[in-house]
Design a protein around this ligand. Structure first.
Ligand SMILES: [Zn+2]
Length: 154
C-alpha cells in the first residue's frame, strides 16, 4: 500500500510508532501492520492492528464514499425523466434509477458497518448525514422505480 501519512513525529516516520495513536511499538506489546509510507523518505510506516488500522480503513472508505456520493449527485437528476431512455433493459438498468438505488443501498449497508465501529462524534455525525442523504435518495428512487414499473404493467 502506497498511501502517504503526513505530520508524523520522528518515531512514527521511522516506523517505530503508530501513525494514528502514536503508541510506541518498542515499548508497548502491540501488533503493528504496515499502512503506508512517510513522504519524507518513503520509509514504511505502521499502525496498531487494532483499532488504529480500522480507523484508517474507515477514513479511506469515508473519503471514497464522499467522492462517490458527490459524483452521483452531480450525475443523477431525479426530476429528469429521460435517463435510462437509452438503456435496453428499461427501468431495471444498472445505469438508471435502479442502479442508483442499488448504490444507495450499498452505501447504507457500508455506513451501517462503519457506524457499528465508529467511536468519535465527528465520524458518527458524518455517517449519520450520509445515511440521511442516501436513505432519502433511496426512497425517492424506489418510489420512482415502483411508479415506472406500475406504468409498464398497466
Ligand atoms: Zn495505534
Amino acid at each position: 500500500m502506497e498511501r502517504y501519512f503526513w505530520h508524523l513525529n520522528a518515531a512514527q516516520a521511522d516506523g517505530m510508532a503508530c501513525v494514528v495513536c502514536g503508541a510506541n511499538f518498542l515499548t508497548a506489546k502491540i501488533t503493528s501492520v504496515p499502512v503506508g509510507r512517510s513522504p519524507a523518505d518513503e520509509t514504511q510506516v505502521f499502525a496498531c492492528k487494532s483499532p488504529c488500522v480500522g480507523r484508517i480503513v474507515a477514513d479511506s472508505e469515508r473519503m471514497a464514499r464522499e467522492l462517490r456520493a458527490a459524483a452521483e449527485l452531480d450525475g443523477a437528476d431525479l426530476t429528469d425523466g429521460t435517463d435510462g431512455a437509452e438503456c435496453e433493459n428499461g427501468v431495471f438498468c444498472v445505469d438508471g434509477h435502479f442502479g442508483s438505488l442499488l448504490r444507495d443501498l450499498r452505501t447504507l449497508a457500508g455506513t451501517e458497518a462503519l457506524l457499528a465501529t465508529a467511536d468519535d462524534i465527528p465520524t458518527i455525525r458524518f455517517l449519520l448525514s450520509l445515511t440521511a442523504r442516501h436513505a432519502e435518495t433511496a426512497m425517492m428512487r424506489a418510489r420512482l422505480v415502483l411508479a415506472r414499473t406500475t406504468d409498464e404493467e398497466g
